[in-house]
Design a protein around this ligand. Structure first.
Ligand SMILES: [Zn+2]
Length: 364
């Protein structure tokens, strides 16, 4: 990865991609934790002889710096087998959340929507609601510290999206819905569908998303959409377009022409595009220059928002995603600024926040 602050775009325009105020709408909390932070958690737990790390190798050995080639078969087990076992206490959850927030803010993100699947931690006596409250407390702690600091950078606002996993049973998904209701307007702004795209039996989850829009006025719905060939069938995508309906779609890789037409016709849909994740995980054929960004960029009535997905795993911060787009698709400085601003209209954080972003994001 090159240094985003020194990259020169075509036309020899210098853009400081890190200073560029950016919106991040597709970031999974657990996948955004840096390896160094996981290592610190591991060291502390080792020092305390914590049971959960007895047979867990050091994160810097399990996920060596520079290793980013996780694909869909190795990516999901990394969480269930490793990261979730390491982050299994209130302290570890708070510590890793603060570290993730710090990393995004240092990269010039001014508005962040983090997503996470509510996870009970029975050994730490944390319920799923406690899990969410712990993250929201960490966000408040971070925002208060930011408002007290005399940092010249604009402050970062963070909201939370709760994820329904494709593996969830209907009662499990209903529980995520009721937690969304409980924490809506207290830091939670939306609902997401994510998880292993090899799980194709998801029809049973439809009523939860319908209910979300009906019972929580103003809630945002975003869905991982055509992420893999298995989840990119017309049957699934036609069905998902009715779920809510969704305000935003993640990845949009395996879409037939018919489905693309339907997305375009709807208008105003937010498209969360994650270039490094898609290239490094082998989710698309080819390299950055072949990414479907170029196709969607030409569509004027959708809002593209670049995202990192899992910066802790794929190693490319949001500033680098903008640098990659400038490099591979020849976007000028004013086009990069306009691209960054496309995200404003599709955030789930409300009108007041949109106004703040309109004031502080660069026009060129
Ligand atoms: Zn994702």
């Amino acid at each position: 990865m090159f240094n985003p602050t020194t990259e020169v775009t075509p036309g020899a325009e210098m853009i400081d991609f890190r200073a560029l105020p950016k919106i991040e709408l597709h970031a999974h909390l657990s996948g955004s934790i840096s390896r160094q932070c996981l290592h610190e958690v591991w060291l502390k737990k080792k020092g305390e002889s914590a049971q959960s790390v007895v047979d867990l190798p050091d994160p810097l050995i399990e996920m060596p710096e520079g290793k980013h080639d996780y694909d869909l078969t190795t990516f999901f087990p990394l969480f269930s087998r490793y990261i979730y076992r390491l982050v299994d206490t209130k302290w570890a959850l708070t510590y890793t959340t603060l570290s993730v927030l710090q990393d995004f803010a240092a990269d010039g993100v001014v508005y962040l929507e983090l997503r996470t699947t509510p996870r009970a931690m029975p050994q730490a006596a944390l319920s799923k609601a406690d899990y969410i409250q712990t993250i929201l407390d960490a966000i408040s702690q971070f925002e208060s510290a930011q408002s007290l600091s005399h940092d010249a950078n604009p402050s970062m606002k963070t909201n939370l999206i709760l994820t329904i996993d494709r593996r969830n049973s209907l009662p499990e998904a209903e529980e995520v819905l009721s937690l969304t209701k409980q924490f809506f307007n207290k830091g939670v702004v939306g609902l997401d569908l994510a998880g292993d795209p090899a799980r194709t039996e998801i029809q049973h989850l439809a009523p939860v998303f319908q209910k979300a829009k009906r019972e929580i006025p103003g809630v945002g719905v975003t869905l991982h959409f055509g992420e893999a060939e298995s989840s990119g069938t017309d049957d699934e995508l036609d069905m998902l377009l009715l779920w809510g309906p969704p305000d935003r779609l993640g990845h949009v890789i395996h879409l037939s022409e018919g489905i693309k037409e339907k997305v375009i016709r709807r208008g105003g849909v937010g498209l969360e595009l994650c270039l490094s994740c898609n290239v490094r995980a082998g989710m698309i054929t080819g390299d950055y220059g072949d990414h479907h960004f170029q196709e969607w960029y030409k569509v004027k009535n959708c809002n593209i928002v670049l995202g990192t997905d899992d910066v802790g795993v794929f190693g490319s911060p949001l500033s680098n995603e903008y640098a990659l787009v400038a490099e591979h698709f020849g976007l000028s400085r004013s086009e990069i600024c306009a691209l960054a601003r496309q995200g404003i209209d599709v955030i789930f954080g409300g009108e007041e926040e949109k106004e703040r972003l309109r004031r502080l994001m660069w026009h060129e």
